[in-house]
Write a protein that binds this ligand. Structure first.
Ligand SMILES: Nc1ncnc2c1ncn2[C@@H]1O[C@H](COP(=O)(O)OP(=O)(O)OP(=O)(O)O)[C@@H](O)[C@H]1O
Length: 297
C-alpha cells in the first residue's frame, strides 16, 4: 500500500487495513472499510451528475424545499467542497455555522423544517478556493454528517460535485439509510455519456439509482409557446431506458429557473401564473413526485 490518495493500490485486505491504523481516510474510503456514521435520518438522497453545470444544485434545493413544504424535516448537505453553491441559491450566503459546545455544529435553518450545511458558511472570503486533498474532504464530509445537530431528519438531500470522486465515495460509504441517487443530466450526448458513468458508479457501490432527470430539456418560447430544442430533448429518457433505471422526467430551460438560483429564491417558491411558468411547474412537480415514488418503491 502506498501513502498517497490513490485507490488503485488499496484492496482493503492488507495488514494495514486489517489493523485499521496505517491507512489514511482516503485509502480507508477507497477500500470500503469506513464505518457508517450515527445520525437519525430516515432517508438520504444523493444528487449527482457526470458533468458539471447540469443543474444538480438547482434540483437539490428545489427537492429539499418541496420535501420541507410537505412537512418533512429536511436537511441539505452541500458536499460540493470546492464549489459550494447551495447557500447562494437559497439566499443565505452570508450566514455562518455556529457551535454552542465547541464540538457540534448547528445547521443554518432556512425554516423550522429545513437546515443547511455547506463549506461556503466557513469561508472568510467567498472567492477563496479550497485546496484540499481527498482525506481532508473525507473528514469534512464526515463532520457534515456526524457533528451537525441535525436532530431527527426525514430526509437529507446531499448535493455532490460532478463526477465520481472523493466526495461521492465518502458520502456513499459514510451516510446511513441511503434511499438512493438522483442523476441529473442535460440532453446532449456528452452529458449522457458522463451520466452513464454516474449510474454505474452508484450501482457498483450497491446503492439504488432513483432515476435520471433530464434538465435544460428544451426552451419553451415565452412569446409563441413553441419548444426550441437548444440542447435537444429525449437524451435522458433514452439513457434511462438503455441503462434500465427509472426516468424521473424532464425540466425545460426556463429563465426563471436561472433567476431563482441567482436571486436565492428557489423556483418552487415562484409561481407567477405565466404560461411558461405553469409549464415548467408541471414538469418540476412531476419530477419531485417521481423521486418520492421511487424512494417508496
Ligand atoms: N432548467 C433550467 N433552466 C434555466 N437555468 C437553469 C436550469 N437548471 C439550472 N439552471 C441554471 O444553470 C446554472 C447551473 O446550475 P447548477 O448550479 O444547479 O448546476 P450544477 O450541476 O450544480 O453545477 P456544478 O457542477 O458547478 O455544481 C445555474 O445558474 C442555474 O440557475
Amino acid at each position: 500500500m502506498t501513502d498517497n490518495n490513490s485507490n488503485s493500490e488499496c484492496d482493503g485486505n492488507c495488514k494495514g487495513c486489517a489493523s485499521a491504523t496505517s491507512c489514511n481516510d482516503s485509502q480507508k474510503a477507497a477500500s470500503g472499510m469506513q464505518q457508517k456514521v450515527e445520525m437519525n435520518v430516515k432517508n438520504v438522497i444523493l444528487v449527482l451528475s457526470g458533468k458539471g453545470g447540469v443543474g444538480k444544485s438547482t434540483v437539490a434545493v428545489n427537492l429539499a424545499m418541496a420535501l420541507s413544504n410537505k412537512g418533512y424535516k429536511t436537511g441539505i448537505a452541500d458536499a460540493d467542497i470546492h464549489g459550494p453553491n447551495i447557500p447562494k441559491m437559497l439566499g443565505i450566503e452570508d450566514e455562518k455555522l455556529n457551535s454552542y459546545d465547541g464540538k457540534h455544529i448547528e445547521p443554518v435553518m432556512l425554516t423550522g423544517k429545513l437546515g443547511v450545511v455547506s463549506m461556503a458558511f466557513l469561508l472568510p472570503d467567498k472567492s477563496s478556493p479550497i485546496i484540499w486533498r481527498g482525506s481532508m474532504k473525507n473528514t469534512a464530509i464526515r463532520q457534515f454528517l456526524e457533528d451537525v445537530n441535525w436532530g431527527d431528519l426525514d430526509y437529507l438531500v446531499v448535493d455532490l460535485p460532478p463526477g465520481t470522486g472523493d466526495e461521492a465515495l465518502s458520502i456513499a460509504q459514510l451516510a446511513p439509510n441511503i434511499a438512493g441517487a438522483v442523476i441529473v443530466t442535460t440532453p446532449q450526448e456528452v452529458a449522457i455519456l458522463d451520466s452513464t458513468k454516474s449510474v454505474k458508479f452508484i450501482e457498483k457501490l450497491g446503492l439504488k439509482v432513483l432515476g435520471i432527470i433530464e434538465n435544460m430539456s428544451g426552451l419553451i418560447c415565452p412569446h409563441c409557446g413553441d419548444t426550441i430544442d437548444i440542447f435537444g430533448i429525449g437524451g435522458g429518457k433514452k439513457a434511462a431506458d438503455e441503462l434500465s433505471v427509472p426516468y424521473l422526467g424532464r425540466i425545460p430551460i426556463d429563465p426563471d429557473m436561472r433567476k431563482a438560483g441567482d436571486e436565492g429564491k428557489p423556483f418552487i417558491m415562484r409561481r407567477d401564473g405565466t404560461e411558461q411558468n405553469k409549464e415548467t411547474w408541471k414538469h418540476v412537480d412531476e419530477v419531485m413526485e417521481n423521486i418520492l415514488l421511487q424512494i417508496n418503491n
